[in-house]
Design a protein around this ligand. Structure first.
Ligand code: A3P
Length: 297
């Protein structure tokens, strides 16, 4: 087994194979076992680094794939339709191997940790990314409600932890780079949070085309409406309201916080931003990936 290393500034996490896991929720043995999970050609995996728009994309995927969700005839939580692949504790009674096709999964796993069978198959991967300054800000604010991780005293302390990868899921740079560099091995669609903010309808169209699911205009209107920030914030089925209190402390906020591009400016200093830009250039400069950092760019 690969080495398990402690995470200096968060005793609730451990690092394994370049990823930081929550001690209470996942063991290394379980993580290793996921690599042998049997993939079907019609599986769909939605993959994100945390705070990149995961539940938003989960909602969109669920709405596109399920008429019962669109027309409101089925009252099922989004997280039951698009199941957490590695957080099995959230669907404890479900045998993922015998779920009917097409199976929809959501995951934060890095490219090196997903099932081996996902490579070179027809199974689909949708990878959603977000500009890392907003990811960092959203992650920082998330510590107010996240019970299972250590709280930083201030943003600067979190900034350093984030850059060192001492947060759940490890380094943002490694996650995005890993998936992007290995894109040719997967049947993968890359999406950006900021494009979803700018023109959600086009992104919904992109996803449905990728999934070969044709939606008429009326269905498309419903998806866009039900995936709006305002609707999702008030939709208990989309908003992870049933997450147990030992995971999320709802008294201090929700997954649906602000939903904007550029909110990092309200917390990051100019000096921090410059340090980040330099690092971003060093680590990602060779990739053809452009991010939108503010809305009026
Ligand atoms: P903020 O904290 O910046 O508001 P994740 O689901 O990966 O944890 O990501 C959470 C982030 O996605 C939060 O960002 C949340 O507000 C944002 N989000 C969720 N649903 C959204 C929607 N419908 N429109 C825009 N942003 C959304």
């Amino acid at each position: 087994m690969a080495a398990i290393t402690p995470v200096p500034r968060d005793s609730n996490l451990y690092c394994y194979k370049g990823f930081c896991f929550l001690k209470e929720i996942m063991s290394p043995e379980f993580i290793d076992s996921l690599q042998d999970f049997k993939i079907r050609d019609d599986d769909v995996f939605l993959i994100t680094y945390p705070k990149s728009g995961t539940i938003w994309s989960q909602q969109i995927l669920s709405l596109i794939c399920s008429e019962g969700h669109r027309n409101g005839t089925e009252k099922i939580e989004t997280s039951e339709r698009v199941k957490w692949f590695e957080f099995r504790a959230l669907n404890p009674d479900v045998d993922y191997n015998s779920c009917p096709s097409p199976r929809l999964f959501v995951s934060h796993l890095s490219e090196t940790l997903v099932p081996r069978g996902l490579k070179n198959t027809k199974a689909k991967v949708i990878y959603v990314m977000r500009n890392p300054k907003d990811v960092m800000n959203s992650f920082y604010r998330f510590q107010d409600i996240s019970v299972l991780t250590a709280k930083s005293q201030d943003f600067h302390q979190f900034f350093e932890k984030f850059l060192d990868g001492e947060v759940f899921a490890g380094k943002w740079f490694d996650h995005v780079r890993g998936w992007y560099n290995h894109k040719d091995a997967y049947n993968i669609l890359f999406l950006k949070y900021e494009d979803m903010i700018k023109d959600l309808r086009s992104v919904v169209k992109q996803i449905s085309t990728f999934l070969a699911l044709k939606l008429d205009d009326e269905a498309m209107d419903i998806v866009v409406k039900k995936a709006s920030f305002k609707q999702m914030k008030n939709d208990p089925l989309a908003n992870k309201e049933t997450l147990p209190e030992n995971i999320i402390d709802k008294r201090f906020g929700s997954f649906m916080r602000k939903g904007q591009v550029g909110d990092w400016k309200n917390v990051m200093t100019v000096a921090e931003s410059e340090i980040f830009d330099k690092l971003f250039h060093e680590k990602m400069g060779d990739l053809s990936l452009n991010f939108t950092w503010e809305v009026d760019e």
